[in-house]
Each structure stands twice: as C-alpha cells, then as structure tokens.
Design a protein around this ligand. Structure first.
Ligand code: SF4
Length: 317
C-alpha cells in the first residue's frame, strides 16, 4: 500500500475498535469503587487490581491501599484480589489473618483455575502456556504446583517432559497472542496426540477481538500506538500483532511518551488500547495526536462487544 509522508496534509488516526476496558477489568474497577463507597475502614488491594498505571493511581488517590504481599495487610482488614486471580495459598494466608476477601478475579481466569483443578485431580500433567512471572499464571499454577508445567514458548513446548504422555492437558493464559498460542498447541498436539484441550479457547474474547482489530488497522497505518502498561500482557501482545502485520508499534503508558514516537513522515497512525486502559487515556491520546497534526479520526470496528459480568453477591454499583 502507498504510505505517503505527512507533508502539508493533515494526518489521520485510525482507532481500532474494540479497544480498552474488557468486561473483567470493568467489573474489577467497579468492585473497587464500590468498596471505596461502602467500606468503614481502609481497603487494601493485593498487587495492581489491573495492570494499568492510570487506574491504580486513580484508585490509590481515592483511598485504596495497594500492597505487594498479603502479609502487609493488617489482621482483620478488607482485601481486594485483583482481576488476575491468586493462588490458593494466598487465600489460605488471608484466612489465617482473618482478612475479609473481596474477589475481583475475572470469571474467565476463574474458569482456567477450575480446569486446572479438574485435570490435576484426574492425574493429568497440565501444560500451562503463558508467562511464568505474570500474576495470572502464578495464581493458576498455584492450584496444582505438582501437576502444572509452565510453557513460555515453542522451545518450551519442544522440550517438555511428562511422566505419562497419554495423560496431558493444555491450558493457557487468557491474554496471549492467538496465532502464537495456536502454533504452540499444534506443536504440543504433535508430541502428545492424546492432548486434552479446553472447550473453546482459554484466550478470552477481549484479547481476541483487540488483536483482530489491530490486524485490520495495521494494513492501513504507517505506525501503531498501543496505549497500555509495560507489564500488561494483552497490551504487549497488541504491539507484537501490529508488528507481525507489518506495522511498527510503540507501547505508550503515559501521554508524554507519545512525543517520543517517531511521527515524522507518518500520515496514518493506528491507535488502540489494552484491555486495562481507561477510555479517558484514549481521549487524551487523541487530543495529543491532534495537536501534533493528526486531526482526522476514523474508527475501524471489527466486532461489537456486549459482555458484562455480574457483581459479587450483595454488591451493586
Ligand atoms: S483480558 Fe480477558 S481474562 Fe483478562 S480481565 Fe479482561 S476479560 Fe478477563
């Protein structure tokens, strides 16, 4: 395709849709806000409620106390578990410290926890595809540490050893690249023909839709900006997906970082936001890009989303 330099012509932004908050993040943030309204004492949150600086900063300024370790929550206090979920061991510690748990784990993540428990109880080795140090994988693997092996990439899939090759199941992190994960699962299926796979994909609808939208916009854009945090798995995957589609992408976690994106000679900017990025950050980015000459905004919607999760019992916001 013909990609012209800006010259005197005003630049354009193509906004990938859907982008931004998914149902799991929306629910987690609503739960936190509900806690702020209703709690009599301080509300603690174990690690980032979602991987996004703006969200964490905002909730922190309104009173949520973020801690990295469950042992940092005072005895008997209220603690919020993030959308990424936690390992059973954390729940046990919370119980022994008499903490009141409010659980914002995304229902899709909970589904993977349940699948791991079921296969482990049936004697399967579970190959868990994902990033070893990500909160979600730490939580899921913690359900059955003796039965789970984390596979981070194709090399891991090629080399993994299991005690019974006829009893192997595969599960995945919810926010991986659809294409890469398919390749890893295909490879595992070749090695273990009786491999059990989840009904449908563990990669959630929001991850899939945002990647689809990026792929579609990447064909028409000179450069891509992905709004999201450095530690946001789904945002990093969006950067990779744009790159694989031939469009260099930059991850932007604070507005001022847009000025470091090489926009000279660029006519069309693709823009998206990870599933934990709030819409006001997208608006701020559009305003910043308009000041830089990218005044036309076009939306490219590949699918409509209508997924919403119920709040925990007794909580309405
Ligand atoms: S990205 Fe998917 S799995 Fe993660 S919180 Fe959102 S809906 Fe849930």
């Amino acid at each position: 395709m013909n990609k012209q330099p800006v010259g005197d012509v005003a630049g354009k932004v193509i906004l990938a849709c859907p982008h931004g908050f998914c149902a799991g993040v929306e629910r987690a943030v609503r739960i936190a806000e509900c806690m702020l309204k209703g709690a009599r004492g301080p509300v603690y949150c174990l690690r980032e409620i979602v991987h996004n600086r703006q969200v964490v900063r905002d909730l922190s300024s309104r009173g949520i106390i973020f801690v990295k370790d469950i042992n940092d929550v005072p005895e008997g206090a209220v603690v919020l578990f993030s959308a990424h979920g936690v390992a059973p061991e954390i729940r046990k510690t919370a119980g022994s410290h008499k903490l009141k748990i409010i659980d914002a784990t995304c229902p899709f993540v909970n589904k993977v926890h349940s699948e791991v428990c079921r296969y482990a109880s049936e004697g399967y080795t579970i190959l868990l595809v994902g990033h070893r140090n990500h909160d979600e994988i730490i939580g899921v693997a913690g359900e059955a540490p003796d039965s789970v092996v984390v596979i981070e990439d194709k090399t891991g899939a090629e080399n993994v050893d299991v005690k019974d090759p006829t009893k192997v199941a595969v599960m995945t992190q919810t926010t991986l690249s659809v294409d890469e994960t398919r390749n890893i699962i295909d490879l595992l299926r070749k090695r273990f023909p009786q491999l059990k796979t989840p009904a449908g994909s563990d990669i959630c609808y929001a991850t899939q839709n945002r990647q689809l939208a990026v792929r579609s916009v990447a064909e028409k854009a000179d450069i891509f900006i992905v709004l999201g945090a450095q530690n946001s798995s789904n945002s990093n995957r969006l950067v990779e997906v744009a790159g694989v589609a031939g469009c260099k992408a930059f991850l932007v976690s604070e507005i001022e970082q847009i000025h470091a994106v090489p926009l000279d000679q660029v006519r069309v900017v693709g823009l998206t936001a990870g599933a934990s990025t709030p819409e006001y950050f997208v608006r701020d980015a559009l305003a910043c890009l308009a000041k830089l000459g990218f005044v036309h905004i076009e939306e490219c919607r590949v699918v409509d989303e209508n997924v919403h999760f119920a709040m925990p019992a007794g909580m309405n916001a």
